[in-house]
Design a binder for this molecule. Structure first.
Ligand code: S3P
Length: 171
């Protein structure tokens, strides 16, 4: 099994899909934001507020080097900006979870913990700016992806099954 790297915009459901992949396959999953939170012993929100975005991006860079050399056979879900790492293609098969911006926001707002989900993501505080970021990133996400999964109106389980089927040919 090669590594599978889940990329995509904030709130698209990378974590939920990763959890379903784990339930339905042999993959172990890790998450770049979770790793950064353990490295720093604080939340991503605090890292942004206390140390700044540049520090956060440096940590992502350190992680990407470590992932490339030390992690195998793993499903790696990433923060929405992690795709910018120069070596991302060397880490594994890149799977983009895609949905239109308005559907992503609708999905987050429908969640019982919507306020918390919005608050923990500093770059979602201003929705107008977030939409600009989405539009700027979308072509870059698509250009990188080996596999694209349109997650709109699909359950996490359906997306996980589609992912497992589509990555088989890269194994
Ligand atoms: C970010 C996405 C977040 C987190 C950080 C920055 C981004 O992760 O890494 O707030 O630049 O898009 P999620 O995509 O899991 O929300």
């Amino acid at each position: 099994m090669k590594n599978v790297i889940l990329i995509g915009f904030m709130g698209v459901g990378k974590g939920s899909v990763a959890r379903e992949v784990v339930k339905n396959s042999e993959y172990i999953a890790i998450d770049t934001d979770d790793l950064i939170e353990s490295m720093e012993n604080k939340s991503i929100k605090k890292v942004f507020a206390e140390d700044g975005e540049a520090h956060f991006r440096n940590l992502e860079k350190r992680l990407s080097a470590w992932l490339q050399h030390s992690v195998k056979n793993t499903l790696i879900s990433t923060g929405g900006g992690f795709y910018k790492q120069e070596n991302i293609k060397e880490i594994g098969i890149i799977v983009l979870l895609h949905s239109p911006f308005d559907k992503i926001i609708k999905r987050i707002k429908a969640h019982p913990n919507a306020t918390k989900k919005l608050k923990k993501r500093p770059l979602l505080n201003d929705l107008k700016k977030a939409q600009e970021l989405y539009e700027q990133r979308l072509p870059e996400y698509k250009a990188l992806a080996d596999v694209v999964i349109d997650v709109t109106n699909k359950s996490a389980l359906e997306c996980a099954k589609e992912l497992l089927k589509k990555v088989k040919k890269y194994a």
